[in-house]
Design a protein around this ligand. Sequence first.
Ligand SMILES: *[C@@H]1O[C@H](CO)[C@@H](O)[C@H](O)[C@H]1NC(C)=O
Ligand SMILES: *[C@@H]1O[C@H](CO)[C@@H](O)[C@H](O)[C@H]1NC(C)=O
Ligand SMILES: *[C@@H]1O[C@H](CO)[C@@H](O)[C@H](O)[C@H]1NC(C)=O
Ligand SMILES: [Zn+2]
Length: 451
Amino acid sequence: MSEQHPSRHHRLLPFLLLISLSSAAQNHHQIQNPPPTIARFQQYLRISTAHPDPDYVSAINFLTNFSHSIPFLQSQNLYFTPERNKPLLLFTLPGSDPSLPSILLNSHLDSVPAEPSKWAHPPFSAHYSSDGKIFARGAQDDKCIGLQYLEAIKGLIEEKSFSPLRNIHISFVPDEEIGGFDGMAKFATSDEFKKLNVGFVLDEGQASPGDEYRVFYADRQPWHIVIKAVGMPGHGSRMFDNGAMENLMKSIEVITKFRDAEFDKVKAGLAANSEVISMNPVFLKAGIPSPTGFVMNMQPSEAEAGFDLRLPPTADPDAMRRRITEEWAPSWRNMTVEITAKGSLRDYRGRPLLTFTNDSNPWWSVFKQAVTSAGGKLGKPEILSSTTDARFMRQLGIPTIGFSPMKNTPILLHDHNEFLKDSVYLEGIKVYESVIKSLSSFTEPSSYHAQ
Ligand SMILES: *[C@@H]1O[C@H](CO)[C@@H](O)[C@H](O)[C@H]1NC(C)=O
Ligand SMILES: *[C@@H]1O[C@H](CO)[C@@H](O)[C@H](O)[C@H]1NC(C)=O
Ligand SMILES: *[C@@H]1O[C@H](CO)[C@@H](O)[C@H](O)[C@H]1NC(C)=O
Ligand SMILES: [Zn+2]
């Protein structure tokens, strides 16, 4: 489809130049008769599973109906909430040796909301423009991979009479975008999950603006820090030691130095953004309110500041806690601190929450080889700046790679006008065919237990 454009553009050029000034994204008309694979992607995208009111039932009905066209694929719905309002859809393609550790291909059903007025096309219309772009909330994050897994398996079975050695599971989980607590968190700790005997997981990654696919071997975990200072109140005119504000400002100086040191590593090119500990102030709370704002001639007896920290699994959580309590909020300066770790940096055995991406991990080697033989190239493995459901599997010590095969694609997750190109989507299916075939059929390490 994309090949036709040059001529079309050429003919429309004067017109396009005129309107491109006002609405750059609307220059392409809609493709009316897409091939079935693209039409299915559009159908899935048109089901709004955006928060706060995701339509999980329609999404699951759609996927289950599609799965009926894929031979041998079994499906089940799992529920982990008493209201049964957050279904999880699990497909299984049985292998010839089900005693081997299985592979799990995971995606989430939900998406973040979209503001239609900020989009060039309605976010749940899956507008397919003549330059091959499919616009929809969820096009990149992450309905693409969920359907690509199924399309790849369908293609392998139909065209290559594929028969895997180990079991292949494909999960569609709810609520990833709101923390995964009623979704993957509960699934990963369930008996159903244990029975799957999962040896390796592929989960979502991110688009790559360049020519290499991005891969992620770890997440960063958020810590929320609230520091409180107390001190003698006093008249605004008086200079005295150890006021609450003064004590808090001393802390902020120390914290700022730490932030600068981390950020300097990034600026000097020694580390990626996601490889350092990020620290950002997010609120300051102090002062005595007055009808017009704050009382100006009074030094308050309490002051408080909040910080968002993100720690990579390479950080030492104990050392960080010591630094915070001893240097950032020392009790001798009459300060207290509340540290809320939103996730663990260590797995259940106390090892850093990351998946090895070298030859010590045979799943990685097979994965990498399979991407290469499909004509793809992997970038340097990265730590994701934010978190995904992958952390729940890594917590169990299961090697988990974040991978969404989208290259030459702007990173638009959670952004307006999220889109994916048809050619990128179709190429991704081919990459998954290669990956699924290799991972499901190699015999090596029935006993490789995660590093
Ligand atoms: C179910 O799938 C079949 C093809 O497999 C398709 O023709 C039909 O439209 C689908 N129904 C729904 C409700 O999606
Ligand atoms: C801490 O509080 C005590 C009691 O109010 C006070 O005597 C002391 O000077 C304060 N110390 C600092 C460093 O603020
Ligand atoms: C693989 O990577 C891990 C983590 O960086 C390292 O500890 C380990 O020694 C490496 N193993 C090999 C065989 O390179
Ligand atoms: Zn996602």
